[in-house]
Structures are given as structure tokens and as C-alpha cells.
Design a protein. Structure first.
Length: 271
């Protein structure tokens, strides 16, 4: 039985993600421009990232004024309730800037450091993914309706479709390209969507056998990691570690260990 508090947190997250998704989808200006950069000149922030985060934090604070925040665009507060919200208001900003459809709003709630509820809203696909800890993972969309999520049956590694992402720092992405080049002959193929949150949900929904990336922040993966795990996927970082900035891996049980082992052998986590 799920904790009533976790269910409450999920409902708040769903409302905030829906409203932020509508703002981003319907309010995108035709002349959208870069408002700032982060790790490099090609790692961008738009005015809509900032507006969406403000909407999310304001809505959550109305319901739960004592909670803390960690947001990609600067929301940071400790709070006093033991609950912290981890927010990526627009995961896939470069896609959004260019008018590509693969971007998402990601909101997770942590209790005492553990993720207990998460929502990923993908407006241009008309899809919402959500989970509470111990309650399974669920997805909804115009074509499929509300449904329980389950990752794909185990596949041999050479038949696995795996997604990844690339950092915006030139030296790091060059190393990531080398790792991908070594992996491609050992897999069915590699995909690159441009949104970690979307990739993690696609593992949960059975659209991918696996996903890995180096350089993720807590807001990139908090909600998607919970959704993937609740759908039966395994997630981690380097062997024996949790998903982290060094490395995040999510995959079906049959693919996870051999993929993680190859990534370790290839130094996917290395500077």
C-alpha cells in the first residue's frame, strides 16, 4: 500500500508538470532566443526554462510552503518538512529551442533523501509518466490511455536498442563519442533523443532496452530513474554505485549488467 503522503506529493507534481508543460507548449514565442549559457556556449537556457521553473515552484509552495527545492534554473532552499522537490522545468532545452518535439518537464519529490514520487510530462507526445515508490509506474497518452508500465523482456546485448546523450563540453563529448563508437558494433543500435528524462521513461515503457549517460545532474534523472525502476528496470552508476554524475545506466535486467560492465571497461565515466 502506498503512503498517502507520497500519493499527495504525486498529485501535486502531476498538476505542476501539466501546467508547466502547457506553458512551454502554448507559450513558446516565435522569436525564442537564448537567455543564458551554462557549462559551455552551446549549453543553453531560454526564458521559458526560467518561467516554467517559477510556475512549478510557486504552485508547489502554495500547497506545501515548508518543502525545499533543488531546480536546474536556480531554485534552491532547504525547507523544514523533510521533503525536497527536484525539478528540471525543461529537459531537452536545445530540442525546444530548435522546435524539436523531444523535451519534457521532470518533477520528483524526495523524502529524507530518497525519491518517493516522480512525474515526467512530455507535451509534444501528449504523454505523462509517473510513479510513487512501491506503487509501480504508469503512463498515459491520447493513443494508449492510462496503463501500467513494464520494461521490455530481456534481450541479448547484441539485440539491444540503447540510447545515450552527449555532454556540451567539447573534451567530454569527444570521449563519449569514442565510447559510443566502441559500443555500436556490440548492440542492435544506439539512439540519441536529447532528453534524459524522456530516455528513462522510454526504458520504462519498453521502447528502449537500455540507456546510459555521463554528466547528469539530480534534476535530470530523479523522476525518470524512479519511473524506470518501478517499471522493472535496473538502474545504477558505476558497478555497485547509484546513478550519479559519473555515470547513469538504466536497462532491462538482462541488458543492465553486460552494458554496465562494458561501460566500465571502456571508461565511460572517465574525464
Amino acid at each position: 500500500m502506498t503512503d498517502p503522503l507520497h500519493t499527495e506529493l504525486l498529485e501535486i507534481a502531476k498538476e505542476a508538470a501539466r501546467r508547466a508543460g502547457e506553458l512551454l507548449r502554448d507559450g513558446r514565442p516565435a522569436d525564442l532566443a537564448v537567455a543564458a549559457t551554462k557549462s559551455s556556449p552551446i549549453d543553453v537556457v531560454t526564458e521559458m526554462d526560467i518561467a516554467a521553473e517559477k510556475l512549478i515552484t510557486a504552485l508547489i509552495s502554495e500547497h506545501r510552503p515548508d518543502d525545499g527545492f533543488l531546480g536546474e534554473e536556480g531554485a534552491s532552499s532547504e525547507g523544514s518538512s523533510g521533503i525536497r522537490w527536484v525539478i528540471d522545468p525543461l529537459d531537452g532545452t536545445v530540442n525546444y529551442l530548435y522546435g524539436l518535439p523531444t523535451w519534457a518537464v521532470s518533477i520528483a519529490a524526495e523524502q529524507d533523501g530518497e525519491t518517493v514520487a516522480g512525474v515526467v510530462e512530455i507535451p509534444m507526445r501528449g504523454e505523462t509518466y509517473h510513479a510513487v515508490r512501491g506503487g509501480g509506474a504508469w503512463g498515459s497518452g491520447a493513443r494508449e490511455g492510462e496503463r501500467a508500465l513494464s520494461c521490455r523482456p530481456a534481450a541479448p546485448l547484441d539485440q539491444a536498442l540503447v540510447s545515450t546523450g552527449f555532454n556540451y563540453v567539447t573534451e567530454v563529448r569527444a570521449h563519449q563519442a569514442d565510447v559510443a563508437q566502441r559500443l555500436i558494433p556490440l548492440l542492435r543500435d544506439i539512439r540519441r533523443s536529447g532528453s534524459a528524462a524522456v530516455d528513462l521513461c522510454d526504458v520504462a515503457a519498453g521502447r528502449l532496452d537500455g540507456y546510459y549517460e555521463r554528466g547528469l545532474h539530480p534534476w535530470d534523472l530523479a523522476a525518470g530513474d524512479l519511473i524506470a525502476r518501478e517499471a522493472g528496470a535496473l538502474t545504477g552508476g558505476r558497478p555497485g554505485e547509484r546513478p550519479a554524475r559519473d555515470l547513469t545506466v538504466a536497462a532491462t535486467p538482462g541488458v543492465f549488467e553486460p552494458l554496465q560492465r562494458l561501460l566500465e571497461d571502456f571508461g565511460a565515466w572517465h574525464d
